[in-house]
Design a protein around this ligand. Structure first.
Ligand SMILES: [Zn+2]
Length: 123
């Protein structure tokens, strides 16, 4: 084994150790929550900049676009950039529950309307 191969094997062993995995997870979390990380993820996943994202939040008064609940800005799991899965266009920012609800209804307008009618008719 060459010196370079030994170094690579040692790095691999560290990465695969529990401590290595944990430090890697913490590092990724710190990066995702940094301005640079947020910018990268927003641009890559949704095609919007951090400025556009902050503008959307401001336009929505920091509230979910469906239920109007105040978004918990300190909890990144509570804030979801909602996009049209077909066109990729960003529709707005939703709370976790509303984002999940749309997903459970397969983003199908008819299913959502049926659910609304069902709840209305059975009041
Ligand atoms: Zn909501």
């Amino acid at each position: 084994m060459t010196k370079e191969e030994k170094i690579q094997a040692s790095k691999k062993k560290w990465r695969e150790s529990e401590r290595g995995k944990e430090l890697n997870r913490q590092g990724q979390k710190r990066w995702r929550e940094s301005e640079k990380g947020k910018t990268y993820v927003l641009q890559r996943k949704y095609g919007i900049s951090l400025v556009e994202y902050n503008k959307l939040l401001l336009l929505q008064n920091y509230r979910c676009k469906i239920c109007n609940r105040e978004l918990n800005l300190k909890n990144p799991h509570d804030i979801h950039v909602d996009h049209n899965c077909v066109t990729g266009n960003v529709r707005g920012i939703l709370c976790q529950r509303c984002n999940m609800a749309l997903g459970l209804f397969d983003d199908d307008i008819q299913k959502i309307l049926n659910a609304a009618r069902y709840v209305e008719d059975t009041k």
